[in-house]
Design a protein around this ligand. Structure first.
Ligand code: ADP
Ligand code: ZN
Length: 434
């Protein structure tokens, strides 16, 4: 049994939880139909009336919303309340090129921060902790979300924001940070900086809450080892609120989705058909408590699967498996689907760190793909395997993982730019020709 921030709701029997969802869904559908012209039109077009939605079993009757809809409705088209009742905006990082602006009422902010507080408590956070938040602050939801959650838990909150690694390390050692929140790629960079400066003994970290980008199990082990912590995954997106839509408990086997606020579905991205539990597809969320920016059946483009298997932590909320990437992250190289996470798995299994880049280009009508990866400082120092032999080994392992042959270049340590927020793993030069 774990620690909870809101025990009653986090451990509510599934039947009761679903009854609560049904009740909230019915209310929310009425609310958006009455208040948002866009939904009224969409539902009318689909021939669905609010009365047709009597519970979660009717969810599938509602039309989907996509990122394009959000763009078309920019900036105020989806507001569920008068602008004067909104107290905040946040915006997506624009990783896939389309920035979305989301609005929040004070109550929406409270809900979001409660979700982040649940995540911090699940990672072992209490009033005694020093919570070091080095997600970016500002429009990006990472910093503000975890900051709010940390306040709710009562941790001493260090609003570090991202970057300035020297200052991060100084505060971390001087103030004895015990929990760190940032992107996994930045955590890996901090781990590297700590090792280089021989600071590991001065670090008091016990847990890290890492998300906002895909990361592999191999990377988790790597971070846990270099920072000497337990590394927890956290997931979220600006459109739905921000980080904390789901988070890992001590079991580290999928992230519990905050089902009292968000109803998840997995659909076939081609047909829109709802898939049974356990099948991989596109994750769709319906917000049942949000007022300022109320999204129903929002298609995230993230690919994963759900499981309702009981969890040893005692939480009853459904778990989502770590998204392997988003459907728009997926590269099609020589007609084959390639996820950057597959490449990361191969590289980390061979002992490299997550300092790599994937460069895709097109020469004539042919796609080219080159994976560039740095030697670790230990590999460079040992200098016992030739670069050619290393490259050949990676080419071979990538071929068996991906089914295609890609180019590989092994580089000297520190040649690939380090990220402070979301890492840029793919450079797709083919876009230049579009
Ligand atoms: P953008 O879409 O511009 O990156 P956000 O900052 O809102 O905007 O990012 C949300 C997206 O980040 C999610 O849709 C998902 O693709 C990714 N993401 C967030 N947390 C995780 C996580 N723990 N694992 C994998 N991907 C994640
Ligand atoms: Zn659990």
């Amino acid at each position: 049994m774990g620690n909870y921030y809101q025990q009653e709701i986090e451990t509510m029997p599934v039947e009761q939880l679903q009854a609560l969802q049904s009740e909230r869904l019915v209310e929310q559908v009425k609310f958006v139909y009455d208040n948002v012209e866009f939904y009224r039109r969409k539902m009318d077009e689909a021939g669905v009336k609010p009365e047709d939605i009597k519970g979660i079993e009717d969810l599938h009757k509602l039309p989907f919303i996509t990122k394009d809809d959000l763009r078309d409705q920019y900036p105020y088209g989806l507001l569920g309340v008068p602008l004067k009742d909104c107290v905040r905006i946040q915006s997506t990082s624009g990783t896939t090129g389309r920035r979305v602006v989301a609005f929040y009422t004070q109550e929406d902010i409270e809900v979001w921060e409660d979700c982040c507080a649940r995540a911090i408590v699940a990672a072992g956070g209490t009033k005694d902790d020093v919570c070091h938040v080095c997600y970016g602050y500002g429009l990006f939801t990472g910093g503000p979300g975890l900051n709010g959650g940390s306040h709710k838990v009562g941790c001493l909150t260090l609003p570090m924001s991202s970057g300035n690694t020297e200052r991060q390390l100084q505060f971390m050692t001087d103030l004895g940070s015990t929990i760190i929140c940032c992107t996994p790629s930045y955590a890996a960079n901090l781990g590297e900086a700590i090792a280089e400066r021989g600071l590991k003994d001065k670090i008091k970290l016990k847990a890290g809450i890492f998300g906002a980008e895909p990361w592999t199990e191999e990377m988790r082990h790597n971070i846990e080892e270099t920072l000497g912590i337990k590394a927890y995954d956290i997931y979220g997106l600006t459109e739905i609120s921000g980080p904390g839509v789901s988070f890992e408990c001590e079991e580290q086997a999928g992230m519990h989705i905050q089902e009292d606020h968000f109803i998840p579905e997995i659909i076939n991205p081609e047909t829109g058909e709802v898939l049974p539990e356990g099948e991989v597809g596109e994750l769709v969320f319906t917000c049942i408590t949000k007022k300022a920016f109320p999204l129903l059946r929002y298609r995230t483009r993230d690919l994963c699967f759900l499981t309702r298997k009981p969890c040893s932590c005692g939480r009853t909320h459904i778990r989502m498996h770590k998204p392997t990437g988003r459907s728009d992250d997926m590269l099609i190289v020589k007609g084959v689907n390639v996820f950057p996470s597959q490449i990361e798995t191969v590289l980390l299994n061979l002992g490299y760190q997550a300092n790599y880049q994937i460069i895709v280009d097109r020469v004539g009508n042919n796609d080219t793909c080159e994976v560039q990866v740095e030697l670790t400082p230990e590999m460079a120092e040992a200098n016992d395997v030739s670069i050619e032999a290393r490259e050949q080994k990676i080419v071979k392992d990538l071929k068996s993982m991906l089914g295609i042959k890609v180019g590989v270049k092994v580089l000297e340590p520190k040649t690939i730019a380090r990220s402070e927020g979301k890492a840029v793993r793919v450079i797709d030069k083919r876009n230049l020709y579009k």
